[in-house]
Design a protein around this ligand. Sequence first.
Ligand SMILES: C[S@@+](CC[C@H](N)C(=O)[O-])C[C@H]1O[C@@H](n2cnc3c(N)ncnc32)[C@H](O)[C@@H]1O
Length: 272
Amino acid sequence: MNYRHAFHAGNFADCMKHAMLVWLVRALQHKPAPICVLDTHAGAGSYDLFAGPAERTGEWRAGIGRLLDDPPQPLVEYVGLVWQLGLYPGSPALIRTLLRPDDCLACCELHLEEYTTLRRRFADDAAVAVHRRDAWEALGALLPLQPRRGLVLIDPPYEAPDEFDRLAKGLTTGWTRFRTGVFAAWYPIKHRAPVRAFFAAVWQAGIRDIVAAELLLREPLDPARLNGCGMLVINPPYRFETDTMPILEALLDRLGAREPGEGAEMIRLADE
Ligand SMILES: C[S@@+](CC[C@H](N)C(=O)[O-])C[C@H]1O[C@@H](n2cnc3c(N)ncnc32)[C@H](O)[C@@H]1O
């Protein structure tokens, strides 16, 4: 467990993940019934971009740093939340801000320091549960969510070589236990082969109604670089493809460097 999200907070991949996350939570809230969100790899909850690891890598400058002033319309709500919460909020902070009075959030985080920071943040908050618990085990133990309408965000660090395999197995376990849930799994695109194998594993597991939204900054040819990222969504809410494509396009317009192969795509992997 060497991964620390602070090195990457606010980079283009975080912007993509968090802008999509805001849309997904809002979409689930179109109906008045309460929802619950499970954030399986929650992180510390917030990151200081002007000190320590984030300042050293400076990745955020090519990400949220290019969106803060005059954000394009599809990113207005996400960037507004970032300003409101401070540079830079993690997924649990963003989700918490969006919850309505009867909604709830459960977070899992294994790293002791990140867990302790997150737990402190929500110590007096009855709407949020913070567990020091393995994400893959939690997908078996904590699903289905109560109330049964909900979102499961899965955002692993991909430091282990078999992380895509674990993700495919975790999605299968989670979906088997919670078939009506919306699952959103973020993944890196360094090169195509591991992503194709991941899609095949999810499809072969028999999971239905899957769309992958992808943002590529360049052709994914150099496996040593993060060339793009994707969000695989099971049971995507109504209008997911049409409403979130403008988010991807706006990100590309601001964060892309017009390199060969850049683009945004919606890939339907399995029908309903
Ligand atoms: C990419 S970061 C999460 C970032 C966070 N979701 C956000 O958007 O702000 C991945 C996190 O998962 C934690 N982690 C790694 N393996 C885990 C596991 N098996 N179960 C729970 N947490 C894990 C890491 O410590 C790290 O904080």
